[in-house]
Design a protein around this ligand. Sequence first.
Ligand code: PLP
Length: 382
Amino acid sequence: MDETLLMIPGPTRVAPRVLKAMSENIINHRSALFGEILTETNQMMSEVFQTENQSYLITGSGTAAMEAALANTISKGDRVLNIVGGKFGQRFMQITETHKGIPVQLEVEWGHGVNPDDVRYIMEEEEDIKAVTIVHNETSTGVTNPIDEVGKIMQDYDALYIVDTVSSLGGDDVFVDGYGIDICVTGSQKCLAAPPGMAAITLSDDAWDVVDKTDNQTYYLNLKKYKKSGDATPPETPYTPAVSLIYAMQEALRVIMEEGLEERVLRHKLAAKATQNGVTALGLDLFAQNEVSSNTVTSVKMPEGITDKELRGTMRERYRIELAGGQDHLKGNVFRIGHMGNVTHREIISTIAALEMTLQGLGLDLEIGEGVAAVADTYLTE
Ligand code: PLP
């Protein structure tokens, strides 16, 4: 078994009790017992989304829920405002195109968060925007977008507000009802610390009205079917679900409930702060602008003269710590430290200590201990 420390922005390590839950034998997915499991899991999912609305699990990765959100609400020729500041913002735009919508792109410089005034400006200027998509935590850049402020603006318009919280739910504040989010999507394998392979979605009454009036463009992801089966007694899923992954989701969500959502978000905040302080104490620069730095992943500019292969290769081979590289045009220019899911001070201290040794070994002029001291200082004073 590979015991490499996984400091990537998902998938993340799962707790042993979650692994154990997954090894339970398969039961009939159309039984009262499975209905009980699904009821508890869906209810906890809604608690984590902080919504009164029902949540539905989809067997598929986070992208399945992103696609379900748009495929069920837009028709050919519908205009969708896609806020794009990284790879996952782009994905929403590509899904819009796939389903024959017309993307109206609000391009945000990578490393920056969207300015809510720009959203208001476009909503005023453009007619007939049917939906707005935004990525809460842009994993590719380490930026968190102000979904609360954009949500306030969206109250003044009829367009649906669709939010991707794949890499933030369970690790940052997401108040689906409080922010006026119409459709919120997430994935299992990041801050929720469940294995990859499940997605979750929740819709407001307004969103269901739109779904009811929209010509469905997808078979497997037809949300009306998820609602019909999910709201039945006992609840079911429309097709055979990944039963073992639902056992795992149930257990992972129980872990979250036991920790407490607020506590969990605080733990992520602290991990982010400690990581940012550790990295900057070593003289490295963060890629994301300070005020929008993510709670769950820190994106760092590659130090001059050091390659991605050298840095991440040494971290992996010598120190057995896996970091993530940059995506698209950031490949080779940044590396990313994921600090989501079950990550605590232990993993952050180890990662920054290994990073110091790696960088010094690669010839960077730094004082061993400065990064770790900054991490310790953060944990001792915050
Ligand atoms: N949205 C965000 C913000 C992500 O970070 C990811 C995955 O990294 C996705 C969507 C896509 O999720 P998946 O890979 O589970 O389909």
